[in-house]
Design a protein. Structure first.
Length: 251
């Protein structure tokens, strides 16, 4: 079977389901496992798919953005682990920025005993922060319906009033070449500004975000550290670790 034909079969399989195992491809194509691994590497380099442990998955669309409710139902336990670890990095007296998003939202459950000030652009964060008795500020700007985030020039100008000890950020993609990315340029600008205004910046990203590339760049990997639940990208591991610090949280 020609290489082009195998590639077409692999991409057709990924159209049917979000992820496919190497063994499934071997069964369909009758090619060797080593050949399929080479095929997957080539297709990943051409930005057709993302390598995952034991197979490949579809890349998210560069403009695709799930709603808050859709995101909340994905990787719930992983986000809780990441959020708990991130919350433990916060010290009494810190002034912090908590980005909009469901992974950053998971931090707030673990902030009850903290004497801190929080600034956020996430509307979904406000009620929980107030329930915890945390001194909270929300920035101005336009409300983005899908992510419930404050964005736009008004949000950026409002944000520039503050300086932070730590910024805890969300992202849609983490890639060794393209850095941290998100679908919306306005939201990327808010994230980038918060990082610039902070002494330290940390991205909270579950394993599904690695290898993904969204439309708008936030910052390069070297600008922030990463907290994740798993990191299995052997091919890019050296490139990632040469640019940033990755903390893998396990149960």
């Amino acid at each position: 079977m020609l290489t082009e034909e195998r590639h077409r079969i692999i991409l057709d399989l990924l159209k049917e389901k979000e992820a496919v195992k190497i063994q499934d491809i071997v069964d369909v194509t009758s090619a060797s496992e080593s050949t399929i691994r080479r095929d997957l590497t080539q297709l990943e380099e051409q930005k057709y798919l993302k390598r995952i442990h034991g197979g490949a998955s579809r890349l998210q669309g560069k403009l695709k953005e799930l709603s808050v409710s859709e995101k909340s139902s994905k990787s719930y336990q992983e986000k809780q682990m990441i959020g708990e670890y991130a919350a433990n990095l916060i010290e009494d007296g810190d002034c912090i920025f908590i980005d909009a998003g469901t992974t950053t939202l998971s931090m707030i459950d673990y902030l009850s005993s903290k004497d801190i000030v929080v600034v956020t652009n996430g509307l979904t964060h406000i009620d929980l922060l107030l329930q915890k008795g945390i001194n909270t500020y929300i920035i101005g700007g336009r409300v983005k319906p899908v992510t419930k985030a404050m964005v736009g020039s008004g949000a950026v100008e409002s944000l520039r009033q503050y300086r932070f000890d730590k910024a805890f950020m969300g992202t849609n993609g983490v890639h060794p070449q393209y850095g941290f990315t998100t679908p919306d340029p306005e939201e990327a600008q808010v994230k980038r500004t918060a990082i610039e205004l902070s002494r330290e910046a940390v991205f909270l990203a579950d394993e599904s975000k690695f290898g993904e590339i969204a439309f708008s760049k936030i910052v390069d990997l070297e600008k922030a550290e990463i907290i994740t639940n798993a990191f299995n990208d052997k091919e890019h591991s050296v490139s990632f670790k040469n640019q940033t610090t990755i903390k893998v949280v396990t149960t």
